[in-house]
Design a protein around this ligand. Sequence first.
Ligand SMILES: [Zn+2]
Length: 665
Amino acid sequence: MGGIQGIRIAYGADYNPEQWSREVWKEDLELMRQAGVSLVSLAIFAWSELEPSSGDYRFEWLDDVMDGLDGAGIKANLSNATASPPPWFSATFPETLPVLADGTRVWPGARQGFCPSSPIYREHALRLTRMIAERYREHPALAMWHVSNEIGNHNILCYCDVSAAAFRTWLETRYRDLDQLNEAWGTSFWGQRYSDWQQILPPRQAASFGNPTHDLDFRRFSSDACLSIYRAERDVLRSVTPDVAVTTNLTPNHREFDYWSWAPDLDVIAVDHYLKAADPDAHVELAFTADVARGLAGGEPWMLMEHSTSAVNWQPRNVAKQPGEMTRNSLQHVARGADAVMFFQWRASRFGAEKYHSAMVPHAGTETKVWREVVQLGEVLDRLAEVAGTTLQAEVAFLFDWQSGWALDTPSHPSIDVEYRDQVHSLYRSLWNAGVTVDVVAPGADLSGYGLVVVPSLYITNTGTARSIDEFVAAGGAVIVTYMSGVVDDNLHVFSGAFPGAFRDVLGVRVEEFFPLREGETATLDDGSRASVWSELLHLEGAEAIASYVDGPLPGTPAVTVNEYGEGRAWYLATRLEQGTVDNLVQDVLRTLKIRPPIPMITAPAGVEATRRTGSAGSYLFLINHGVETAHLMAKGRELITGRDVAGTLALRAGAVAVVREETG
Ligand SMILES: [Zn+2]
């Protein structure tokens, strides 16, 4: 039947009734009915209300809220309320507060004030989880469980002694004996050889650069420690209600998690996404995050658990959304596979740290742009109900690796200007500009079925990942690889021989030395384009040069190459090219491979997005115009938002969205 927990396209928000009187609760239910709300995330920050002192539980108010929701036909995505321990907890157990790299123990007073490895936190969190699970296991409003909130966002890296012990246990599991660890970390450098496990600490603030593999393993451990909290709380919920789905809201834009390892543990993938107000093309970044969510979901529908109706409160300048923008953002997520559109939060808070964060019910009430649009969006999602459960198909795989991001973002590299996300967003942007749909995949993923694999700065490349790309190209696939890929293995050891180690054969090049450019320096290529940030002393070993330097530190040296390898081809971008140059190159490659957007665009001004969701219910074309001019697009079928028939072409005005159920045959 499709949809999340039996709801076609779920619509709603975080609901925090503990901030409001019972009179307001009544109004909430009436307004939720008007808006078409079907699902609310409840009790996320309610620990101090549910357990105001240790072991003193107060569930009556939550019983009433749950009963009220049930009476109104609204389902609860009920939280186990462990996101923020209460003041009594921190006062009783100050040793559970997180410690920074410099040894400072943070004070309570914000949220997530706990060490992810603390057994005391875990004991109390699991006790509360069991109480909530037992109390609401049979409640008719219960649709799914929401574990904690944005686990680890503020506290993932804790350097306390408890974390140190947990880190050592994690390392003993990974390496088994100390010689293996010394080998992996390269401790013969700078005299760092460990002779006892007890000597190993988290990478606390030291006199100079730390050991990079030590740092990488600490990040791996920290991501796993947060995942371990989720698993423990999930297991309690599952033991009480084996048939109720469990999830938690992931934050793919936060850099510190390897969510590829989390995804199998979530019954449904849920993500939070907030536009960056300073980014004029934030819709491209939105598309990327939505594609990451769909990648984590293995192509299945996923939940947009939080976004905003308008401004947020936590950026330097919190820009309000223009009329239509909230709807456009919401439907862009649906266009990329979301079967739920949820917000933080239902009603704007009058107090607290997020009182200037927008909500479905603004401070100014219902005579507002936001409320009118909230009601309209509810109606639109209702008209799109049949889309639920359908999926997207892509011919391009986009290889994304949080760990390469961690490793490249640490100091002591050839250039501070080499940024993982810079290359990720540049290549993704070119694919978005070309209008093709991409699947975001993990290193080592099955690549069969794709025509093109894009590999931005895959710094860490183990032999399995390298082999999967080699075999893909040898069998006729195409790959685009950018600089700083294939340089080190899982332990951050440089591949012997020459760069780009793991990709030398498939790319047909040999790089003898890196030549990073100075800040602001550019070099000219013989096709007239300009390079910045990076260059390499590159020799062709089978590849052909597409463009070479005419000036800069390496005149005459190839900067962009292509190699015939087996039945396929491999392009290498050995420098940072301007966006327009990357766009042209990617479009040439797509044209060669006959990979096209979902529909031909008759006139397609910049900023038009098209995706297709298909399933047994039908084929649905999503058309979104982020630009400033009307676009004329080919489509035939019934437009579901307006209910009008589209005979062959559709004029999509600036800012508008159309969803066409396509005629088949
Ligand atoms: Zn700790």
